[in-house]
Design a protein around this ligand. Structure first.
Ligand code: BGC
Length: 609
């Protein structure tokens, strides 16, 4: 049968000659190279599909982890279509090891009857953040604050290179949610509460990640989570949204239109429901709106364990093409879908459509010609050029909320500066969730610089570090207090009723850091490290200058460049900023629907010095 595929290659060869002849004959100059290529890919997809058994088709629709769910031989015996990596155990100690691990798995796939290559996916959501030593960009909320599409495109292109360098060809990014409630634990994964800004940056991100898709420096992007992830009632991860279809269409769908127009290769369906119907099983939105209405011809992938959690074959019928079959779901999915095909619960056309979409993206990525990662890219991981770009992103993401008496910029010759707060001295704390580990880390990690190191490297005077404001340096001229949230991801960051780990306000300890130095009459500059706007009205009052720094990532020293006047502030708020916890009593976030709420700072606010 392998010969059949070789025949297919021969037929494709003939087809190329025919198309070239057609184009050369000059009769249709308007047929671009791209269209020729698309036609060719469709031919290849159809030919390959016609050779596939049901088991091979179901296998293509299966995505597994590269550890504990499977043994390596499952890749061939279960005809797996894709492998994912989200966090440890890591595939090896360095990037060459990671590549080698994925080459081993790729060879298992290539050894199958039809030799269809694997897609390797990773949650590289702010740089290749699962690899220690990679360049880690500010989380999307910080990129949103830059309002700079070019920069977002460049950041995505760098992320793509470092993602490929560690062996992947697909990223689960960008998250293009529109968060309407700061209580949601994933606000920072999204660019903004503004539909228009999200659309603009979504396009840039897809362009940067995907480039021409097949050159080994780019990866397939994923627009996620379709749809309503950020607009669940009370900001509950995976909850229900009571937005009407008109509201969904007006406020949430435009960034998807733009991502699709930009050619995004995949869309991940969301954990939440809309009017109590799970998005995984929402045929009207997944098939009618996304696939037919927007013309999306890429892969719709489930979220974690989507098959067993959200309706089994109902999700395939709704339009899901690939299943994240993890944590014991692989057999459940493969057997369940096969039974569904036999019983005609799922139509053969639906399966063929799903498999065609997967094969199409594999052809577009050039995986049939070259399924392996490029070892020459390894040197690019965390290289200076990449870090310089990430530092630019840090600088541009900072939003100056208050600057009384021109407290900023700080004179580099200031005699004594005291820096306070554990967030100043930890690259893990400054980076948020999805950094090395799913829930982030509180430790320093390889290659990163801290905010404190930046201040120490820039100041020409004495810099002392008083981690928990206990030393009380009364002779300091300036106190830089770095406070904020500890890392979290997904539901662990939800605030809910406010009795859990994370709150809308600063911890009492962090409030004390600010009060200690402000009450001593020392000029107090607060840098807030957080994945969302917090209710810090009193702390802003207390301070002389206040900066929203979001989650800057690995280049913490970029903050000092702005504090000390090498660069001015240019960042603007990507969210309106709440003034009180009362603002959150209503269903949604500040300044939306409930027009009686006036935010402390409007969307787009940001000072310069
Ligand atoms: C998250 C996705 C992520 C996936 C794979 C899910 O729990 O919701 O955003 O891409 O896991 O790690």
């Amino acid at each position: 049968m392998k010969n059949s595929y070789k025949n297919l290659k021969f037929i494709n060869g003939l087809l190329i000659v025919a198309l070239c002849f057609y184009a050369l004959s000059g009769c249709k100059k308007a047929i671009s190279k791209k269209i020729d290529n698309d036609v060719l890919i469709e031919q290849k997809v159809d030919s390959l599909l016609s050779l596939m058994t049901w088991d091979e088709k179901i296998g293509q629709m299966s995505q597994v982890r590269h550890f504990d769910d499977i043994i390596d031989d499952d890749i061939s015996s279960k005809y797996i279509g894709s492998v994912i990596h989200t966090q440890g155990p890591t595939p090896g100690k360095d990037a060459a090891d990671w590549q080698a691990r994925f080459v081993t798995l790729q060879n298992k796939a290539l050894a199958t009857r039809l030799g269809i290559p694997l897609l390797f996916a990773v949650d590289a959501v702010h740089g290749q953040n699962t690899f220690e030593g990679a360049t880690i960009f500010p989380h999307n909320i910080g990129l949103g604050a830059t309002y700079n599409s070019k920069l977002v495109e460049e950041a995505a292109a760098i992320t793509a290179i470092e993602t490929q360098a560690t062996g992947f060809n697909w990223t689960f990014s960008p998250c293009i949610a529109i968060p309407y409630n700061e209580k949601w634990g994933r606000v920072y994964e999204a660019f903004s509460e503004s539909t228009a800004l999200t659309s603009q940056l979504a396009k840039a991100s897809v362009r940067g990640h995907q480039g021409n898709l097949s050159d080994k420096k780019t990866v397939m992007a994923t627009a996620k989570h379709f749809i309503g992830d950020g607009s669940t009632d009370f900001g509950v991860e995976g909850g229900n949204t009571t937005l009407t279809m008109n509201e969904v269409s007006k406020y949430l769908l435009p960034p998807y239109h733009d991502a699709v127009a930009e050619g995004v290769g995949s869309v991940m369906v969301s954990f939440n429901s809309i009017s109590e119907l799970s998005m995984h099983a929402h045929k009207e939105l997944v098939t009618d709106t996304l696939k037919i209405g927007m013309g999306f011809d890429g892969i719709v992938v489930t979220d974690w364990k989507g098959y067993s959690r959200f309706g089994a074959n109902a999700i395939i019928n709704a339009g899901v093409d690939m299943v994240m079959a993890v944590d014991g779901d692989l057999d459940v999915f493969q057997k369940g879908l096969k039974a569904g095909i036999v019983s005609k619960e799922v139509s053969q056309q639906r399966i063929d459509d799903a498999v065609k979409r997967i094969l199409r993206q594999k052809f577009r990525l050039g995986l049939f010609e070259n399924p392996f990662p490029d070892p020459n890219l390894i040197d690019k991981i965390g290289c200076q050029d990449h870090r310089d770009k990430a530092r630019q992103a840090v600088r541009e993401s900072l939003v100056l909320l208050k600057n009384e008496n021109n407290s900023l910029p700080i004179d580099k010759k200031t005699k004594k500066i005291v820096v306070v707060g554990e967030h100043a001295n930890s690259s893990g704390l400054q980076s948020g969730g999805w950094t090395i580990w799913w829930q982030g880390t509180q430790e320093n990690y390889k290659g990163a610089t801290t905010i404190l190191e930046g201040i120490q490297g820039t100041s020409e005077g004495l810099v002392v570090y008083d981690e928990s404001a206990t030393e009380k340096h009364a002779d300091a001229d300036i106190a830089i207090i770095v406070v904020g949230e500890t890392p979290y991801a997904e539901l662990f960051g939800d605030i809910g009723d406010g009795n859990g780990t994370h709150k809308l306000t600063l911890s009492k300890i962090h409030q004390k850091y600010i009060n200690t130095y402000a009450d001593m009459g020392i000029k107090t500059i607060v840098v807030l490290v957080s994945g969302r706007p917090l209710v810090v009205t009193d702390q802003i009052d207390k301070s002389d200058a206040f900066i929203a720094a979001w989650l800057p990532g690995s280049e913490g020293d970029g903050i000092a460049e702005v504090l000390f006047g090498d660069y001015n502030f240019t960042g603007k708020l990507p969210h309106s900023w709440p003034k009180s916890e009362e603002d959150f009593k209503s269903k949604y976030g500040p300044n939306f629907w409930d027009t009686s709420i006036t935010p402390l700072f409007e969307f787009g606010y940001g000072l310069h010095y």
